[in-house]
Design a protein around this ligand. Structure first.
Ligand SMILES: [Zn+2]
Length: 365
């Protein structure tokens, strides 16, 4: 037993399915039941989200998309690792054998960038990202902070046996291996093309795309807007779960206010298809609008209500009682706590603005 045991327990109950065997507590809990239903998101399939636009779901931990242009294809995100990405590349090649002209990273998390080498054949394509790509994780990449790997493995439930993992809430349960040929080297797969500011229009493979800054899980987040087919690729600014405003593995502070702004910008696109970073796409203009507005409202509510409570002098422990999602949002299937949780968001908003001290002088020393 160590000091992380409560964290692990919490995670087991909230995010990892509990075992199928009835003698294990929680095996038939409502939360486990919901996770089993969420598994409908993860069978391996390539979803046609619009004419010439495909998203591979369930092969890797994250979604990988392909836009087919006249002169080649564009890949958006590349999955967690080479084995998953290679399966996706094979599926995509059944649709077209046109060369990969560009790869776009929606953000710098490894589960969206680890499979890049599977999409690079002879010629290295353009690799696009925002100019602050990876800036938040630099202290980790430089080797200063290493313990996040341990916490990340705990969050992912990697030490659990397969029979105790249904899925990770927004992703199929996989057991990534480090080292060897599993990941491409960062040198080969780092962005070759970046942009500053809010927006960059690119023309590649005969396709025009807008890359739009969309901070959320990371400060380097972007969404890809394909106006011709009215498809928006949200990266991890949207997936079918209450958003992970704070990751229990430990992350730099996520700016909840900016996350809501990113979602507002996406609602204004009037997209017909919404491709999340994880889980199944949403197709149909009305559904996309509803989902994005609800999602934005939920994030904005957590931010604003927490600030309201802060201004009444409430401490973090009081705030988590004070901030409850309105019923019309709390009941939505895409706002269930499969990955993020309202309470974690409340605490992260407090921490973002006021830091670790709860304001009660008896707790100061
Ligand atoms: Zn992700």
């Amino acid at each position: 037993m160590n000091s992380f045991t409560p964290v692990i327990r919490l995670f087991f109950f909230l995010f990892i399915s509990l075992p199928f065997t009835p003698d294990v507590p929680g095996a038939d809990s409502p939360a486990t039941e919901k996770l089993r239903k969420q598994a409908e998101q993860f069978p391996e399939k390539v979803v046609k989200v619009a004419e010439g636009v495909y998203t591979a779901v369930g092969y890797s931990v994250s979604n990988v998309s392909m836009i087919v242009g006249d002169e080649g294809v564009i890949i958006i995100d590349t999955g967690l690792d080479m084995p998953g990405a290679a399966k996706i590349a094979k599926q995509f090649q059944k649709i077209t054998d046109k060369p990969v002209k560009a790869i776009i990273y929606t953000h710098s998390h490894g589960d969206h960038t680890g499979g890049t080498m599977a999409f690079i054949r002879k010629k290295r394509p353009q690799i696009w990202a925002r100019s602050n790509f990876g800036s938040e994780s630099k202290p980790w990449d430089d080797g200063g902070i290493t313990f996040h790997r341990v916490r990340g493995a705990r969050q992912g439930g990697f030490k659990l046996p397969p029979e105790q993992r249904v899925n990770n809430g927004i992703a199929p349960a996989q057991y990534p291996k480090r080292g060897g040929e599993v990941f491409g080297s960062a040198k080969d797969t780092s962005p070759s093309h970046t942009f500053d500011g809010q927006k960059k229009q690119i023309q590649v493979a005969g396709v025009t795309l807008d890359l739009i800054a969309a901070p959320g899980e990371t400060n380097d987040g972007l969404c890809v807007w394909f106006p011709e087919k009215k498809v928006v690729f949200a990266g991890d600014t949207f997936y079918r779960s209450f958003p992970n405003l704070y990751a229990i593995r430990g992350t730099p502070n996520r700016d909840v206010r900016l996350w809501a702004e990113s979602l507002t910008a996406m609602t204004k696109l009037n997209a017909r298809s919404l491709v999340p970073g994880h889980t199944l796409p949403v197709i149909g203009e009305n559904d996309v609008k509803q989902v994005l507005v609800d999602y934005r409202d939920a994030v904005q509510f957590v931010h604003d209500k927490t600030v309201e409570g802060i201004n009444k002098g409430l401490t973090p422990d009081q705030l988590v009682e004070y901030v409850k999602l309105p019923e019309h949002l709390a009941k939505k299937d895409y706002l269930q706590p499969f990955y993020g949780k309202v309470e974690f968001g409340v605490r992260t908003v407090f921490n973002f603005y006021l830091g670790w001290f709860d304001g009660n002088p008896t707790n100061l020393l």
